[in-house]
Structures are given as C-alpha cells and as structure tokens.
Design a binder for this molecule. Structure first.
Ligand code: BTN
Length: 343
C-alpha cells in the first residue's frame, strides 16, 4: 500500500487528499494515515495540511530505493518491464532464472537492496551488503545466434559506462571500461596515464542457458558500488564506490533508470547486426586499456603487449612487440591484467 501511495504522491507533485487516496485504493483513511507514517519512517518528508491532504517534499540528493522510486523514473519500453524490487534476495541472477522458468519474458528486471549470496565472475562471491549499492539482473530472450550472446556483456558494460558519464561529476573524475566488462573510476591525482590507478566500481556477470542448440535465455547481472564506504580487506586496494569517487551521495533509483535507458538503445543496435560493429566506437571511447601495457594470461603461454581497441566481436586487439599482425584476445578464455596496476 505504501508503495502505491508513494507513487501517486510522486507523480502528482502536489497535495493529494486522504479521501482521494482511500477511495483510489479501497482502504480506510486510517490505513492511508498508517502508510504515510511508514513512509516518513523510511526517510520521506511528507507534509500533511488540513483540507488539502498530503504532499511529498522532494528530497534533494536523497537515496531511497524501492519499487515506486524505480518505477517513476523508468522511461524504457521493454527493459525493466516488468520491474521487481526486493529488499533482500540471494542473487538477482538466480531470481531471473527462476522467473524465466516460470514463464517471465524478455526485459524482466530484478533489483535488490541486498544479496545474501551474490555471485561474481570465475566462481567468486560478489559482496552485496545493504550499504546503498545496486544489485540488478535482466532476463533476456535474445533473437540472435548463440555465438553473439557473450557480446552482450560488453553491451551492458557500455550502458553502465554511458550512465555514469551522464552523472554530474567534475573533470578530475574519469570513468572507464576495463576490457571486457569491469567499470572503473579514476580520481585524477596528476599522475601520468600509464601510472594512473583505476579502481573497480561495477562488475557484470552474464549467464546463458541453451535449449536444443538455441539460446534459452541470457541473464545479465550488474553490481554497482554506489554509496558503500567500507570495503573488505581482500578488495580494498582494487575497489571503490561512486560516492567515494564523486564525494557525494548518488541516487540509485535515478542511476538504475539511466542504465536501462542506455541499455535498451544499445541492445537494439547490437541486435540489428548481432555484433558490436555499431557500438565499437562508443565502447572504445570508454576503454581504459587502450595504449596501455597488458599481460595476457594465455594458458598456452603468457605474453605482454599494448592494447589497441576491440574487434567487431568484442575481442581485445593486442600489439605484441616484434610481431607484424596484432593478436585478438577473446574474453572468457583469457584474462588480461595491467602490468603497473589493476587496469
Ligand atoms: C564480477 O565478478 O565482476 C561480476 C559481479 C556481478 C555482480 C552482480 S550483482 C547482481 C547480480 N547478481 C549476482 O549474484 N551477481 C550479479
């Protein structure tokens, strides 16, 4: 009930009478009054004026994440339709798969405020406390060939990067993509580019299921460290959050809506060609590896080179000294590390 009332107040922007709310939702005036009390306890400022009703006072710079906050900000046609918000869950990726098995369709989005068994890449855990972060997964039923599906992870990285670029930030803060799909941020401390230390602020885990040689579904899970301030020791040196980089709180609902606005547009470009040819330029604009020394951890033998851009299918182009033709490194099979630091 409180979510529905919140949505009405948000959309109205003006006073809405208790009578109107009680009639709209078929509940008593006392039930409306109780829901308003709950919203106030959650941090909303709501004015109550006799004969006029309730009015939501816009909370500047606030960060409340719930179904209504998300729904009022979404502008997409299919990405995040439907949108399911959970205060706490195991893993939003797992939720999407369960929903898919129960018949949920392309574009279904699960957003959570906390994960108790968040999954990272390479079987690692994704630390997911209720510390003001974003944990979200989208269910896709792509109409593309199976070989194209792994590229979706780069599409997602691009969309997150584009949404971050759109947040208000001064020029000393630089966002980037670490190939293939880590989102990193740099606070410029005047160091040379090759020595600049980027830290990870978002990660993406894509899981695909097949059925009779066809894609059954793809789930893309994204974790963004937004308002988290303390990091466990094992990631303290390589991870950061947006609030630490920007030195202000970031509104998660607005950022979430912006990510999916970009994803919907990027996905449609990808789907047309079933590759990254239409997105390559935008992706490379954010790619922090370009021009940097990378060590490629190829099981057949490690080597070092200088990263160029990406191919139309999302491989990283690496120029190895003494070799005429560049090598193309595929995500998934091979890991790439920066030589000086994390990137
Ligand atoms: C990585 O290791 O970089 C990928 C991290 C992906 C984390 C997100 S959080 C939302 C979704 N649910 C999960 O269990 N994992 C992904």
């Amino acid at each position: 009930m409180k979510e529905k009332i919140l949505k009405v107040l948000m959309e109205s922007g003006d006073y809405v009478s208790g009578q109107e709310l009680s009639e709209k939702f078929g509940v008593s005036r006392t039930a409306v009054w109780k829901a308003i009390g709950q919203l106030k306890n959650e941090g909303y400022t709501i004015e109550a004026v006799t004969n006029r009703g309730y009015r939501l006072v816009a909370a500047e710079g606030g960060d409340l994440l719930n179904q209504a906050e998300l729904e009022t900000r979404f502008t997409t046609a299919w990405a995040g339709r439907p949108l399911i918000y959970k205060e706490r869950t195991g893993s939003t990726n797992d939720d999407c798969m369960v929903l898919s098995d129960a018949g949920a369709g392309h574009g279904t989005l699960v957003v959570a405020g906390e994960q108790t068994s968040g999954k990272g890449r390479r079987g690692r855990a994704w630390i997911s406390p209720t510390a003001g972060n974003i944990y979200m997964s989208i269910l896709l039923k792509p109409r593309v060939k199976p070989a194209a599906a792994p590229m979706l992870t780069l599409v997602m990285a691009l969309s997150v990067y584009q949404a971050l670029e759109e947040t208000e930030h001064d020029r000393s803060v630089r966002f980037g993509i670490k190939w293939p799909n880590d989102i990193v941020v740099l606070k410029d401390d005047g160091n040379e580019k090759e020595r600049a230390v980027y830290r990870k602020t978002a990660g993406i885990l894509t899981e695909m299921r097949m059925e009779e040689m066809q894609i059954k579904d793809v789930v893309i899970g994204t974790g963004i460290n937004v308002n988290m301030r303390n990091f466990p020791e094992e990631i303290a040196k390589t991870a950061t959050s947006l609030c630490l980089a920007l030195e202000r709180q970031v509104n998660r609902a607005a950022l979430t809506a912006s990510v999916w606005k970009h994803f919907e547009k990027d996905y449609e470009i990808f789907e047309k060609t079933e590759d990254l040819s239409g997105l390559k330029k935008a992706y490379e604009a954010g790619l922090v590896n370009i021009g940097r020394t990378v060590r490629v951890l190829d099981p057949k033998g490690e080597y070092t080179g200088t990263a160029g851009g990406i191919t139309d299918t999302g491989e990283l182009i690496v120029h190895v000294p003494g070799e005429d033709a560049p090598r193309c490194v595929g995500a998934g099979e091979i890991s790439v590390r920066g030589v000086m630091d994390y990137v």
